[in-house]
Design a protein around this ligand. Sequence first.
Ligand SMILES: [Zn+2]
Length: 189
Amino acid sequence: MASSEPVREQANCLSYTIDAADTIVAVSGLWDDFARDNDGESIVAEKIMGQKLDQFIHGDETLMFVRTMIMSARVLQRPVYRPYRCDSPKLKRFMEMTVQPRSEGSVEVMHRELRCEPIACKIPMAAESSGAHVPFVKRCSLCNRIRAEGVWSEIDEAAEAKRLPAEVAPLKVIYGVCPDCLASRGVVL
Ligand SMILES: [Zn+2]
């Protein structure tokens, strides 16, 4: 966090606020730009207002982490933090999520980009819901590493080691949480 760059810091931050019943009641920041950049047209601000948060979080394990953070912030009545990755097809994006308790059980969830760097090999990926009929890799929602042939690694490393399924484009991914992130319990207090 560079205090000499307040404008940039703000530009890379987006947030939403949920009420005590986990309904999204406010969004701010460059949410719409972010959603479009990340192939998330369906989650632009106007469509998520008034909706339940759970609908927009994919994967049971990911949902568990977000819920744990929200519950921690509510119970502790202080902000909780967690670094995570939110890669775009071309960039490794190092992010931080902050859950800030507000009044009457509401919380504000802020996502801030800390830094980014290019991904060496650009492999198109698509979320797969079932995985029943196609080769797929599991991807950690928190650190964005993938599991291919039983090994958790960065996507570039997996490609270099030729662990990715051949002849599948885009690469099918199922989101979950890797053992390392699971062990960390997700919350930095
Ligand atoms: Zn992970």
